[in-house]
Design a protein around this ligand. Sequence first.
Ligand code: TXA
Ligand code: MG
Length: 325
Amino acid sequence: MAFPTETVYGLGADAANPAAVARIFAVKGRPRSHPVIVHLAEATAIKGWAAEVPADGWALAEAFWPGPLTLILPRADRVPDAVTGGAGTVGLRVPAQPLALELLEAFGGGVAAPSANRFGRVSPTTAAHVRADLGADVDLVLDGGPCAVGVESTIVDLSRGVPRVLRLGGLSVDALSEVLGHPIDVRVATGGNALGGTALTGSGPAGSGRDAAVATPAPGTLLSHYAPEARVEVLAAGAVAGRAATLLGEGRRVGILAPRRIEGLPTGVDALPPAGGAAAYAKCLYQRLREADRRGLDVLLAVPPPETGIGAAVADRLRRAAAAA
Ligand code: TXA
Ligand code: MG
């Protein structure tokens, strides 16, 4: 069953039932080793899923749940391997979406749910996207309208002592640092793809202190994720007209995705509606990537929003889409 969250639609199953969780992997075409997030109705329920919760975990849960934050914690013994991919940790989150919370409260247990798309494809932000992607393979799609946030949750790993951001998302790094009372380490993958290795680099929120780390990459951090069929190129607004002219000259169908209308474009360019500021951009991002394919574009020239707040997650997704070409 698919259901809406404030970030993207999820494909849910009883997290305590390994056979039900296995079915999610089959439908998504997702490798078994990749863990899924367990969705809960309220923060107090994390005790049933995590072996221990550090003070930072309670502080973040209290500040941001329900909301677009996933906490990685040491797993409780009862958590099936199907959920964790065999890892010693489990990802937990309380979503901020009325239908999702109603579902979770009525169910009473944890709902394991990855994004409701085929592995490696653009995440769904409407019920229609889920249908288009998964078709008859999903028995029921709860329709909660378009997702309010539009990009996936921010993932924070609390299982290694020092909190770390593993995936940029709907909750900003600054908001996390403010509650923790110190800058939080950011370690999102910046290289590699679904088939090859993935390099992880770390940096403080201000871009300080880069250093390499070795870890199993989360699938949401693989560079080849979030890609439409169209090739995505990320560039500054000032470079768009020139690049578009070159591509048009090569006979390509060229589209534009940018925060604002860009003036002086060559004729023949297919500009998508302006995406707006960071929050509006995040909300429409995946819909626009799908629209690029619906229009049959060969290349989508994408101008990211300023990389502050949720804008950092939007820029991150665009770069991953671009790297998949
Ligand atoms: O916003 C979201 O998080 C959405 C909605 C449906 O809640 N879910 C989502 O799920 O994006 P998915 O499966 O597409 O991405 C979950 C990410 C993956 O990158 C996965 O590797 C990571 O969470 N993850 C889950 N459990 C983990 C764990 N124990 N350790 C490290 N990463 C984990
Ligand atoms: Mg996903």
